[in-house]
Design a protein around this ligand. Structure first.
Ligand code: UDP
Length: 163
């Protein structure tokens, strides 16, 4: 029925998360934060982007003054791409990662991933799709061959101490 259909749709919003090269030393902690926040990792891949691929990924920012620096950084080492699934996954992940600037993140969202593991506005540990359209494009960028991969049934898991 409609109730069930909507619930299932909501529960299965998908988004794309990326651990940037500067975030790789903290990937265990970043993945822990993701798992503890109720986001489910559906797919995960480690990859190394070429400079061209990094430019393509961030092509919306082609005219920005930081574009070259960003492309250099993103191709400087491996990244971890993840497809995350949850109710409101896009917003949830954006909230968890925090503001672009590390300085702002430390002031306004001190428990965010960027506040904890970022260095500046380019080396800010993680990336997150900011809309449904960018989530779709970015998921396709990293998981084109497995966009509709069958997967096990999802379970909502609450991590915590059982008393
Ligand atoms: N960026 C940068 N320098 C800046 C501002 C942004 O390198 O001064 C990068 C930022 O790290 C991100 C991308 O440009 O990877 C897009 O920036 P946006 O403002 O959309 O930030 P986000 O959505 O990642 O918070």
């Amino acid at each position: 029925d409609e109730f069930t259909r909507r619930n299932l749709q909501q529960l299965q919003e998908r988004t794309l998360a990326l651990i940037k090269p500067d975030g790789i030393p903290y990937m265990g902690k970043i993945i822990e934060a993701i798992c503890c926040s109720g986001l489910i990792i559906k797919q995960l891949r480690m990859c190394k982007l070429s400079r061209g691929q990094a430019k393509d990924f961030y092509k919306a920012h082609m005219d920005k003054p930081f574009f070259e620096e960003l492309a250099n950084h993103m191709s400087s080492g491996p990244c971890v791409a993840m497809e995350l699934v949850a109710e409101d996954a896009i917003a949830k992940w954006r909230l968890l990662l925090g503001p672009t600037s590390t300085e702002v993140a430390r002031m306004k969202a001190p428990s965010s991933i960027r506040a904890n593991f970022g260095t500046d506005s380019t080396r800010n540990a993680v990336h997150g799709a900011d809309s449904y359209d960018s989530a779709r494009r970015e998921a396709h960028f990293f998981f084109a061959d497995r966009m509709f991969a069958p997967c096990a049934k999802f379970f909502n898991v609450t991590l915590g101490i059982i008393k």
